[in-house]
Design a protein around this ligand. Structure first.
Ligand SMILES: [Cu+2]
Length: 132
């Protein structure tokens, strides 16, 4: 009887502790998620409008994977201090040729699919263009 009683009181203490912690965490979570929601809604339209762009800097294509609609223009801008290209791995879907420092070129692909690409001058540079 004594043992059972002390276990019960332990459970009560634990339950009260959990409830108290849950209340504190719950109210602060609600506050932060409310402010996040309003901020996200107002900032979402901006990125989606001008996203058909690949930038090259530090021998890296950014973003590494870009998804665009079929036939959309993709502008490739070279922000590096050396010439790069934007060349499909399959050798025929697209190839900008040389893009000089500070220059940009545009490609468009109409057929849906995944198109891995690289820089023909620096073959270790890779990215993927996804046509939806
Ligand atoms: Cu390159």
């Amino acid at each position: 009887m004594k043992a059972r009683h002390s276990i019960l009181s332990l459970i009560v203490v634990a339950a009260v502790t959990i409830l108290a912690a849950g209340c504190g965490g719950g109210s602060s979570n609600a506050n932060s998620s409310n402010s996040n929601t309003s901020t996200g809604a107002s900032s979402q339209p901006a990125p989606s409008s001008g996203s058909n762009a690949v930038k090259i800097s530090n021998f890296t294509f950014v973003p590494a994977t870009l998804s665009v609609k079929g036939g959309a223009s993709v502008t490739v801008t070279n922000n590096d201090s050396t010439t790069h290209t934007f060349t499909s791995d399959d050798g025929h879907s697209f190839d900008t040729g040389n893009i000089g420092t500070g220059s940009s070129k545009t490609v468009s692909v109409s057929k849906a699919g995944r198109y891995p690409y690289h820089c023909s001058i620096h073959p270790f540079m890779h990215g993927t263009l996804v046509i939806k």
